[in-house]
Design a protein around this ligand. Structure first.
Ligand code: CTP
Ligand code: CA
Length: 227
């Protein structure tokens, strides 16, 4: 196979990537979010573009510059991200859910800045919908879905449970407590699973290299799917 064929293995494919941590407003000046930096999702989006795909990047709160050369859709909350993803799902070939959507949102969002009082304040939260699970339920046979999992314990068991529950083709699990892995770092140590178990456990490498390994596997499997 020529070098060009290797480089452009996702030519003609529409890839949708989500990145960053979603933001759930409490009032006009306060919100809940998480430590996601967006770096892993950005690395995947950039690699997909390099491999010739048409990339849409759905971006929540990130701590690094958004890559160029792709369609950028900015969102705030998990519900916004869900709408953005599901609206584009029918025309998408590959979905890669590297974002960290907030699992809960405040039950009520105050229109005005909440004033402090002497008593303790209780914040009530409701569960957000699971975007990846919604994508998994709607997935057609030609579509390929990659989920991520951030874990601090029982990596394999939790990862396999998420993969099956959310109907993913591949799941990229990372132990966010490991040295050089997880939130904010430029490197990552991941384990990639499919429904039969471990596919690959690459050593600690840059997020760009992780993205390259991941998309190489995706491209191979998509070709196999298409026969
Ligand atoms: N995810 C999602 N929508 C949510 C929560 C998570 O699409 N509301 C996706 C993430 O983008 C990721 C995968 O589900 O691809 C796993 O996210 P993670 O937070 O590790 O798993 P949860 O299912 O939320 O479980 P928990 O946080 O309890 O471990
Ligand atoms: Ca979660």
């Amino acid at each position: 196979r020529s070098h060009f064929a290797d480089e452009k293995r996702l030519e003609g494919k529409k890839v949708l990537v989500t990145a960053g941590g979603t933001v759930e407003r409490i009032d006009p000046v306060r919100y809940l979010t998480n430590d996601s930096s967006g770096k892993m999702g950005f690395a995947v989006a950039e690699e997909a573009r390099r491999m010739g795909a048409e990339v849409t990047l759905v971006v929540a709160k990130v701590s690094t510059a958004v890559p160029a050369g792709m369609n950028i859709v900015r969102v705030e909350s998990t519900m916004d991200m869900m709408d953005a993803v599901l609206a584009r799902l029918p025309e998408t070939d590959i979905v890669i859910k590297a974002a960290a959507p907030a699992d809960y949102r405040p039950t009520e969002r105050s229109e005005q800045k909440i004033k402090k009082k002497d008593e303790a304040l209780t914040l009530q939260l409701v569960k957000n919908p699971d975007i990846l699970q919604a994508v998994g339920e709607r997935k057609t046979s030609g579509q390929f879905v990659v989920g991520f999992a951030a874990e601090t314990q029982n990596l394999e068991a939790f990862a396999m449970d998420k993969l099956k529950r959310k109907n993913c083709d591949l799941l990229v699990a990372n132990d966010v407590t490991a040295e050089g892995a997880g939130f904010g770092t430029d490197t990552n140590a991941v384990r990639i699973y499919d429904k039969d178990g471990l596919v690959e456990a690459p050593p600690l490498m840059s997020k760009a290299q992780v993205a390259q390994r991941l998309l190489t596997i995706v491209a191979e499997r998509l070709t196999r799917k298409e026969g």
